[in-house]
Design a protein around this ligand. Structure first.
Ligand SMILES: [Fe+2]
Ligand SMILES: [Zn+2]
Length: 376
């Protein structure tokens, strides 16, 4: 972890890491969790890994670490996690951490209140009420399933959308002025920005943990909705001098939250074409899987990352959407051992139904043959 002062801080971090590494070698994590440990909150610190990962790891800390201060605990856990990454990934993680630190230490936010999630400043009252009640009924009262697996609900206040748009403008102005080379959100978008890279990661962690995970636990439990533990948060921009449309694809997420922030625009509809596992990603779409959605500012769409989709051309105006790709490490581990995804893949479920029908037919034929066989 780097504390955000450029090169010298980067160097000092390496010294700290080396010192900690020396202690790590003689201190290990507990084999069994200590369930009496009440997880601390680290979200105010600059973290190299998602906050929930630290919270979960804490119960495995050795007793002497539990009594140390928060910064030391974070350094200890970060070092343990980094030591488990393959060396290529470790240096990639370090480089990315340095990149973020450079931005965070130089960029002056416009609306600091955005960087700590204050629910009443972000969400419409109906959404807040449903989350506070936290039941399937309360979610269903505000969320409509526009098409199987595509959930739509009012989420963000207009004032929050405006603040976010202004913050993104401000960030882009800073990028243009300083000529800082930023990484774009993904391989498909040439415009837009990664919100996590300029300090909004803590706020988005909270958004995932306290708001999106409870909903996903109910509607997307089959793809790890209850165990979402990391995210990639970004904005995409469409219109003149920006990206125009987005081809047919699946997201690198278990659950995707897509909220339109504004502004005035024509077109840009999202088109959905059924959910598929890796093996079946290029199979044909069935007629009941075709669904088009028109963006409304402040309104959210929640869907499985494996739900195939794209965005039609934004023919005029300027459209900005905020995306949160939510991931579950435990679901990804489990998925490697599975072959049947019939609970959510349209093609796997079709194959399973056909297999069942074939088995049933074979049993029926055997039975008919036995009944009609000449008696001895
Ligand atoms: Fe997408
Ligand atoms: Zn499949």
């Amino acid at each position: 972890m780097v504390d955000g002062n450029g090169t010298s801080a980067g160097n000092s971090h390496q010294i700290v890491s080396a010192a900690v590494r020396a202690t790590v070698s003689c201190r290990k994590l507990r084999i069994n969790p200590n369930n009496e440990v009440r997880p601390d909150n680290y979200e105010d610190l600059q973290l190299d890994f998602p906050n929930p990962v630290y919270k979960n790891l804490e119960k495995y800390l050795p007793p002497d670490m539990l009594v140390s201060n928060r910064e030391e605990r974070v350094r200890f856990m970060t070092d343990i996690m980094l030591s488990h990454l393959p060396s290529g990934e470790r240096s990639k993680a370090q480089k990315h951490s340095d990149y973020r630190s450079k931005i965070v230490s130089n960029y002056q936010p416009l609306h600091r209140e955005l960087y700590n999630l204050v629910p009443r400043l972000c969400f419409v009252p109906s959404f807040l009420k449903a989350i506070n009640e936290n039941t399937e009924d309360s979610f269903r009262s505000i969320i409509s399933e526009a098409s199987p697996g595509v959930f739509v609900f009012d989420m963000l206040l207009p004032s929050f959308c405006e603040m976010m748009l202004a913050e993104i403008d401000n960030f882009e102005k800073w990028v243009a002025e300083t000529k800082f080379r930023i990484m774009r959100p993904n391989t498909m978008n040439k415009y837009g920005a990664v919100l996590d890279d300029f300090g909004l990661d803590t706020m988005l962690d909270k958004l995932m943990e306290c708001f999106i995970r409870p909903i996903s636990k109910v509607f997307f439990n089959d793809v790890g909705g209850a165990t979402l533990d990391s995210h990639h948060g970004f904005v995409v921009e469409y219109g003149k001098d920006r990206d125009v449309d987005l081809g047919f694809h699946v997201d690198d997420s278990e659950v995707t939250l897509n909220v339109c922030l504004g502004n005035q625009f024509v077109g840009g509809e999202l088109f959905f074409r059924g959910t598929r596992c890796e093996k079946h990603v290029n199979t044909a779409t069935k007629s009941d899987e075709i669904f088009d959605y028109c963006h409304v500012p402040g309104q959210a769409v929640l869907h499985r990352g494996r739900h195939r989709h794209g965005a039609r051309a934004t023919t005029s105006g300027h459209r900005v959407n905020m995306l949160l790709w939510c991931r579950s490490s435990s679901f990804r581990e489990l998925q490697r051992l599975q072959k049947d995804f019939s609970s959510w893949c349209g093609e796997c479920s079709c194959e399973k139904r056909e297999e069942k029908a074939r088995t049933f037919d074979a049993i029926r034929k055997k039975y008919v043959k036995a009944v009609h066989a000449p008696q001895a």
